[in-house]
Design a protein around this ligand. Sequence first.
Ligand code: MN
Length: 250
Amino acid sequence: MVKPIIGITPDFNPGNREDMGGKEPTYFLRARYLQAVQDAGGVPMVLPLVRGLTQQEFLLQRLDGLLVTGSGSDLAPELYGERQRYPFQRMSEERAQLELGLSKLAFRHALPTLGICGGMQSMNVALGGTLIQDIPSQLATKIQHRPKKSATKTAHLIHIEPSSLLRRIAKRSSIAVNSSHHQSVKSVPSSFQATAVAPDGVIEAIEASTHPFWLGVQWHPEYLYRQDAIQKRIFFALIKAAKQFAARRT
Ligand code: MN
């Protein structure tokens, strides 16, 4: 049996981050992302940071699915038409252009795509959406979306829209999720739908109903799937869609 290849976006230090390789340009990525894909029956493939849509398309042609990962750093707000209003570390340009380019192409080519946390935000910005730059500064909420506890623990509930992909996966109208973000989706492109929200209105999932599998989640299922069958089904659903994509192509 041929297993589907899932491309995974890495994080990158271009040479200005003391915490990840110092001056030496360095790729890095939490192993959990690869493990979750592997445990769901896919072959994880960490992607190189290639520039330009043409080169990125060569890469995409080899993939059956895409996982856009989370990140400690944030997209430059200029990418969605704003100036930076709060202090946060900006994502390297190398990583940002790969995530935005691949998201655009994956949307266009109907490639099954799962975005996690910052990855969901990249999917949104790639197609013209905007972000809340800093939840605690911009939104009056009692929910801590970046609590000081392990991401293996759930932090708040989300409500899931009926007849959404996420609802079909979760089979529940509301679930508990972990939370490790200070930004979130503000507006979605006209081709997307926000399909889950936290009780304070923060958007926790985005989809595109015209796409066979286009799901961004604001939480981190890779920290929960070992103990939570619903979170595990998110990865199984990605792999299933990737297999179907591969079958259609050949
Ligand atoms: Mn949250």
